[in-house]
Design a protein around this ligand. Sequence first.
Ligand SMILES: [Zn+2]
Length: 190
Amino acid sequence: MATKSGKYWVTWANAHAKNSNKVDDLEVTFRAAVKAFIKALKDAGATVDVSTTKRSDKRAYLFHWSWKISQGKCKPSDAKKMIGVDIEWNHGDLAKSKAGALEMVTGFGLAVPPRSINPPSLTSNHISGKAIDMTIIWTGTIKIKKKDGSEVSVTYSPNVNTNTVLHSIGDSYGVKKLKTDAPHWSYNGR
Ligand SMILES: [Zn+2]
């Protein structure tokens, strides 16, 4: 028998569909790029907090549909089935279905509008180990080395999505910013 959407599924996913926050779990080429970029950031005096690297496909499924249902972007009955995840998204009452989905969004700590306007992807680069979520913080202006060794002055902005100078530095290492998702960087910017 299927279990209705809600907090239960956060606990379930944390036991059966874990995310990694280890850089070492990334795909080998992207891993090397990320390590070099993070080293440059830390050498410059920034703090880097990695929240997610590789994600399980079951977790991606739970992220995607809980986000869309909670934000009213689809009907609970639109959610597809996934083998191995016996969840019932439709509580038979729209408000209850949305509340169950929102418990999951909150429990998973997903970014919602305006911070992130995209639903978490079902084909995310995280699933193949080619994306990383990280928060990069520093004070004032620091000099960060690009891959070619040149130093670039970068001023901190609380909105990382608009800090194009920082994006260009990541780009030099092959770590590209997705500009609509605050913590997300990947091998192709998606
Ligand atoms: Zn991400």
